[in-house]
Design a protein around this ligand. Structure first.
Ligand code: AHR
Length: 332
């Protein structure tokens, strides 16, 4: 990923203050954006979404829909992909450009293949904001900003935890998201950086397509082919890690003793599994950035500068106690 100017949207006053100052400047102008009341103008937002994919995606896309409401001055047109198919996303994107929406939000099912669509939006002077997923090649002249937790940093923290947890090494495997999805490469890069010169040995890496069922079946095969000699699983999302935990249990292994399982997302089920000892480490990949997206839309429509990458902060949880402490108030 190119070195990007990025700001960390700490949910403290400082950063929100900075964004709010920007909004104050634009909300007195004819921003064209929803200003939360008092403005008759409705801003139309085309949301080219992923659709059903798991608990993280459901939380993220619901949060966007709960934020860009009619009461807030928006007409959000939700367009989930058909069976995660990129062509259906490109078709929806094209329709939004032809319709002349005010702004497009894009969560890409595939990282590549977006240049033509983004150039069409640019020619139509429709700002595009990437949510979660990046594009490859990454040309930030084609979009306003990408809003997401930093996959490389999140995965680096997982790798750092793994290296510290296994000072004498061991065998590990990676359960990846689908090939072609940008966050998969970013998470592999970060995890490897975090491992540093660890003596952990990578036995295998395979996609389990973000799914618990595939995570279970893929890890079952990995266990069989290694004679159960795997001490660590890095699952790139919660569902695949939960599937691996089932496979470990059915192979007679104890998670936390015979094998440790680290995941990314921080959804309720994973946090409960961490609290119950069925997972060993969960790094949040905070999906609840609808308010940030709305602030960015208003700045973009007001012609304000926006940094090309807005990082959503996310926490790490490395024990049952840490998970227990947050479970009651978990929002996703
Ligand atoms: O792009 C984010 C990833 O997509 C999440 O980690 C995963 O759960 C989702 O399907």
């Amino acid at each position: 990923m190119s070195a990007k100017k990025r700001i960390r949207v700490a949910f403290g006053l400082a950063a929100v203050g900075a964004l709010t100052i920007g909004l104050a400047a634009c909300s007195t102008g004819d921003s064209g954006g929803g200003d939360g009341g008092g403005s008759e103008e409705i801003t139309t937002v085309g949301f080219v979404a992923v659709g059903p994919e798991g608990a993280w995606r459901e939380a993220n896309e619901q949060n966007i829909q709960d934020t860009f409401t009619e009461e807030a001055g928006y007409d959000l047109k939700y367009a989930p992909a058909t069976n995660l198919d990129q062509k259906s996303q490109i078709d929806a994107f094209t329709s939004f450009v032809d319709e002349g929406v005010d702004v497009i939000l894009l969560s890409a099912t595939e990282a590549s293949g977006w240049e033509d669509s983004l150039k069409r939006a640019q020619e139509a002077e429709i700002p595009v904001i990437l949510l979660d997923r990046g594009i490859e090649p990454d040309d930030d002249s084609l979009y306003v900003t990408r809003i997401a937790p930093d996959n490389v940093e999140v995965a680096k923290e997982v790798g750092t935890w793994a290296a510290a947890t296994f000072p004498d090494g061991g065998n590990y495997v990676v359960l990846e998201g689908p090939a072609g999805v940008g966050v998969v490469n970013e998470r592999n890069t970060g995890f490897d950086e975090g491992l540093g010169d660890s003596s952990l040995t990578k036995l295998d890496a395979q996609t389990a397509n973000w799914s618990a069922e595939e995570g279970k079946s893929v890890f079952e095969t990995m266990l069989k082919s290694s004679g159960n000699d795997i001490q660590l699983v890095f699952a790139q999302n919660d569902e695949m890690g939960l599937g691996a935990a089932q496979a470990a249990e059915e192979a007679g292994l104890v998670v936390g003793e015979d094998v440790k399982i680290a995941t990314i997302d921080g959804t309720k089920n994973a946090m409960q599994a961490l609290a119950d000892g069925q997972l060993s480490y969960v790094h949040e990949y905070n999906p609840l950035f609808g308010e940030t997206a709305l602030e960015v839309v208003e700045k973009a429509l007001a012609g304000e500068d926006v940094d090309s990458y807005i990082v959503v902060p996310s926490e790490a949880f490395d024990s049952a106690e840490a998970a227990q402490a947050v479970l009651a108030d978990r929002k996703y």
